[in-house]
Design a protein around this ligand. Structure first.
Ligand code: 5GP
Length: 176
């Protein structure tokens, strides 16, 4: 698929960022290219339409999930919900703690963000250990929403994030 070739050609690798030993995959050039950003969203849209009958919400992860999530939600004609790092959302919230590839964090949503039984798709830029998406899935389940699956632009295969997220469905556009 030439859309995948275009996206792949624009991902940049930065060794030793943000810490020594980490190769950071940078998606900024994708956002800077209207063709590439559109390719990402159409590939996600195509996958969701083929795989799921009904979607109620797209749920994006802080922070790069916010760049792709709302565009996908608009294409699907559904709403968008934010999973944020702790302390950023006003009003009543629910949160869950988790480990990152580098460090610790807490993920939070507004208590009224999702309703019981709603079918949600989670989206982020990159799947590493799966800790971040796992926490977001836990939040969704705590609120009794139904997680249909997780979408990421990139997946770091060696870290087995997709295994951690089982039985949830994971779809990545690029694998490293
Ligand atoms: P995980 O929780 O799966 O270990 O890490 C995934 C989270 O860390 C995602 O929210 C992602 O944005 C961020 N992340 C970790 N490594 C990278 C990377 O190399 N590139 C980008 N763009 N994000 C990363």
């Amino acid at each position: 698929d030439c859309r995948l070739d275009l996206i792949k050609s624009l991902v940049r690798a930065f060794p030793d960022f943000p810490k020594k030993g980490i190769i950071f995959r940078d998606i900024c050039p994708i956002l800077k290219s209207p063709e590439a950003l559109s390719a990402v969203i159409s590939l996600f849209e195509q996958h969701v339409r083929e795989k799921f009958q009904k979607v109620d919400l797209v749920v994006g992860l802080d922070a790069r999930g916010f760049l792709f999530g709302p565009l996908l939600a608009q294409r699907l004609g559904v709403g968008f919900v934010l999973v944020r790092k702790k302390g950023k959302l006003p009003g009543a919230t629910v949160s869950v703690a988790y480990d990152l590839e580098y460090g610790k964090a807490e993920a939070e949503i507004q208590e009224d963000a999702v309703s019981p039984g709603q079918k949600v798709i989670l989206i982020d830029d990159l799947l590493a250990t799966g800790g971040t998406l796992y926490a977001a899935c836990a939040l969704m389940q705590q609120q009794r929403a139904e997680v249909l699956g997780c979408l990421v632009v990139m997946e770091l295969k060696d870290l087995n994030g997709a295994d951690k997220l089982k039985p949830h469905h994971v779809h990545s556009l690029l694998q490293y």
